[in-house]
Design a protein around this ligand. Structure first.
Ligand code: PLP
Length: 703
């Protein structure tokens, strides 16, 4: 275990220049500060992180005289200076102390370190909810937390100060990225100032040290101030953390600029010879992105991904909405890793299948049985098959304005891309208008006693069909189920996208709706290939083997359906949703997202041309031209500009548990700047600004 303390010391201070070199009783404040830190019994090394300014020579000289290392780095990017000071040492924990605390107390340093270790925190500090005097400030963090902040912090305040990115995103402040604990004293002494920011502070410290010496504990100094109110009053008027507050007020987001796609271009030039479509999902394909974009992703962490050229992006679609917690999310990855050692596939089912079946069904009290599979299309098709077997009917009904339910013929046969699907098969699917109960009623009237089932998403971000109806989701679902049952058909709720997003586990539980079956996939295992069909016993049992003498229904039977590491990914994901208010976090992120992007649109005067569909679990953008029509060229231009600014944007944003408020601010600033280009495209034609062709619809008849 290696614990390194780093103290930040610089000469230039706007309020009291050269303060650390001021002397009290023949000792500089910096020497006093360093001597007091060295009393700690828990730190292995103390490093002085100072600046490249000439005046800082004296600080470096003093550090060396005391046998300490000094690092000289950036004046303004203090986070970088701090990180670089310890990087080569690779400690386990870093203790942050600042040289404006001449009377820092080693007993407090040791106590905060102890609390951090005992609670296995990423961050522990007595400054989160201050109860100690200003000037006895200690922050302890894992080096890994510091490194993450160094990589990801982009706000001015987060670079000018070392730890805001960590504490703002810590559990102590309601965040999710770091485990943080506030270290507090029983009694609140936060009104006392033992720090040196201004001349009055220095006057108090000088008098205090002259009166009782420089070797006392913080409580003795506080007692002395209690007994000598005239001393206490010297600096009592100064506000705590004024510098930090000023820095917050001036926050500006620094966007990345991405222009290098060399490896991506090489990838693009080869991949279509190897893989038809160049990918395994059409919506990930090259025809869905502008020319200036990444062709392939190298890795992802949290809400960010890195392409094969090393460019970093804020992720928006999160694995086509399948990653609800974040990429490589720790607790899920750990469970998967542990399970891999047990083997993944056996001659008989793994015991985990029962554990997962019981767990999943406990979340969906409407349903009695569950079947697992690897893809959403497999379970939607399984539901359709069961409905046909149960009702003895042929037709399947679904909203015609819906983008996707399955790659199987019953769905694809009804799209523009129906080559390869015989007309006889396509004719077995019938469609209605997604948000209209009347349209569904008419369908049942048109095909009496022929429709086996209705399959639809229980809720959609926009209702579909481009209309502006204010559909009451719960009412629609209840009426649709009633209509199905009156007409002898089954109702299937496809929770593929809504599951683990609109609510936990989904819309049918949020509104206590009882579909005959429900299909689940994206998001239930944080991106791992694990999907499920749940349903009522009398329907699901048809796929079983207990009805001796009756005709067998070959439901789904897949070699990989019960793969163990994917099942535990699902179990770990469910556990995280149960442990944390993931839905609450994601919806709050979504609300902020809608607000800030509407502001970005308004800042460019583009209301009416660019719209944010106000759905906090899945936000979509509409990009329109001067005539008010959706425009693929302008949409692709926005994609191009967002990608250039480090956002992997494809027209939608799906909040995940790893998205932070800062990610949303980043997105909105990137959108604000991108829309400046949109505006020019709107006036002068997108062709002038878009490199390459506009993205094309996935479901198009001709390439
Ligand atoms: C609503 C809906 N249902 C089903 C599917 C099919 O899922 P999968 O791609 O896992 O086969 C999708 C995929 O996008 C979907 O959006």
């Amino acid at each position: 275990m290696k614990i390194i303390a780093v103290t930040q010391a610089r000469y230039g201070s706007s309020r009291l220049p050269g303060k650390v070199l001021k002397t009290v009783n023949g000792k500089t404040l910096l020497q006093l500060h360093l001597e007091r830190i060295l009393q700690s019994s828990k730190i292995d090394e103390l490093i002085v992180a100072t600046t490249v300014e000439n005046e800082a020579d004296a600080i470096e000289t003093l550090a060396h005289k005391m046998g300490l290392k000094a690092y000289r780095g950036s004046i303004n990017d203090v986070l970088d200076r701090f990180y670089q000071a310890v990087k080569s040492e690779q400690p386990d924990y870093v203790v942050r102390i600042t040289s404006d605390c001449p009377l820092i107390d080693a007993t407090v340093i040791d106590a905060v370190i102890e609390a951090c270790l005992a609670n296995d925190c990423d961050y522990c500090s007595n400054t989160i909810n201050p109860t100690y005097p200003d000037g006895v400030d200690v922050e302890v963090m894992k080096f890994s937390a510091l490194e993450k902040a160094w990589k990801e912090a982009v706000l001015t305040s987060e670079r000018e100060h070392v730890t805001p990115y960590i504490w703002k995103n810590s559990t102590a402040k309601g965040g999710t990225l770091f485990k943080g604990i506030s270290f507090e004293n029983k009694q609140d002494y936060s009104g006392y100032r033992l720090t040196v920011d201004e001349a009055a502070d220095f006057e108090l410290i000088s008098k205090l040290v002259t009166a009782i010496g420089d070797d006392k504990g913080w409580e003795e100094y506080v007692s002395y101030l209690d007994a000598h109110k005239e001393l206490f009053e010297i600096n009592a008027y100064i506000k705590r953390n004024e510098g930090l507050m000023k820095s917050f007020a001036q926050d500006k987001i620094q966007l990345r600029t991405i222009t290098n796609f060399a490896k991506s271009d090489e990838y693009r030039s080869k991949i279509h010879d190897l893989i038809p479509g160049g990918a395994h999902t059409y919506s990930k394909g090259d025809d869905q992105f502008p020319k200036l974009s990444p062709a392939a992703i190298a890795y992802g962490k949290g809400a960010h991904v890195w392409d094969i050229d090393g460019n970093e992006y804020l992720d928006c679609s999160m694995g086509l909405t399948s990653v609800g917690l974040g990429h490589a999310y720790g607790p899920v990855v750990e469970r998967v890793k542990a399970e891999l050692d047990n083997g993944v596939n056996f001659q008989r089912p793994s015991y985990l299948e029962m554990e997962m079946a019981e767990k999943f069904l406990s979340l969906v009290p409407q349903h009695d049985m569950v079947k697992f599979a690897k893809n959403g299309s497999i379970v939607t098709t399984a539901a359709v098959k069961l409905a046909r077997a149960y009702t003895g009917r042929k037709l399947v009904a679904f909203p015609g304005d819906h983008p996707f339910y399955s790659y199987d013929d019953w769905f694809i046969g009804k799209t523009a891309c129906n080559k390869g699907v015989p007309d006889e098969i396509s004719a077995l699917s019938v469609t209605f208008k997604g948000c209209s109960i009347e349209s569904l009623r008419e369908l049942f009237e048109k095909y009496p006693d022929q429709i086996a089932c209705v399959i639809t998403e229980p809720e959609r971000s926009p209702c579909g069909n481009g209309c502006t109806c204010s559909l009451n989701v719960a009412d629609f679902l209840r009426q649709a189920i009633e209509l199905c049952h009156q007409n002898g058909a089954l109702f299937i709720a496809d929770e593929m996208i809504t599951g683990f997003k609109t609510a936990f586990p989904g819309t049918i539980t949020k509104y206590n709706i009882e579909p005959d079956m429900a299909t689940w996939g994206k998001g239930i295992a944080n991106g791992y290939s694990f999907c499920a069909l749940t349903g009522k016993k009398e329907v699901m049992e048809l796929g079983g083997i207990r009805r001796t003498g009756e005709e067998k229904v070959f439901l789904t039977s897949t070699t990989h359906g019960g793969e163990t590491h994917a099942i535990v990914a699902g179990l770990a994901t469910i556990e995280e949703f149960e442990k944390h208010d993931v839905i609450g976090h994601n919806h709050a992120i979504g609300d902020l997202f809608i607000k800030l992007n509407n502001e970005a649109i308004a800042a460019n005067g583009l209301q009416g041309y660019v719209e944010v569909v106000p759905s906090n679990w899945f936000t979509l953008f509409n990009f329109k031209d001067k005539t008010g029509q959706p425009n693929a060229g302008l949409r692709t231009l926005t994609q191009q500009e967002m990608i250039k600014r480090g956002v992997l944007f494809q027209g939608a944003f799906v909040p995940c548990f790893s998205h932070t408020e800062q990610d949303v601010q980043y997105f909105a600033e990137a959108m604000r700047q991108s829309l400046e280009v949109y505006k020019m495209g709107l006036e002068e034609g997108y062709e002038k600004y878009l490199v390459g062709e506009p993205a094309k619809p996935v479901f198009r008849k001709f390439l």
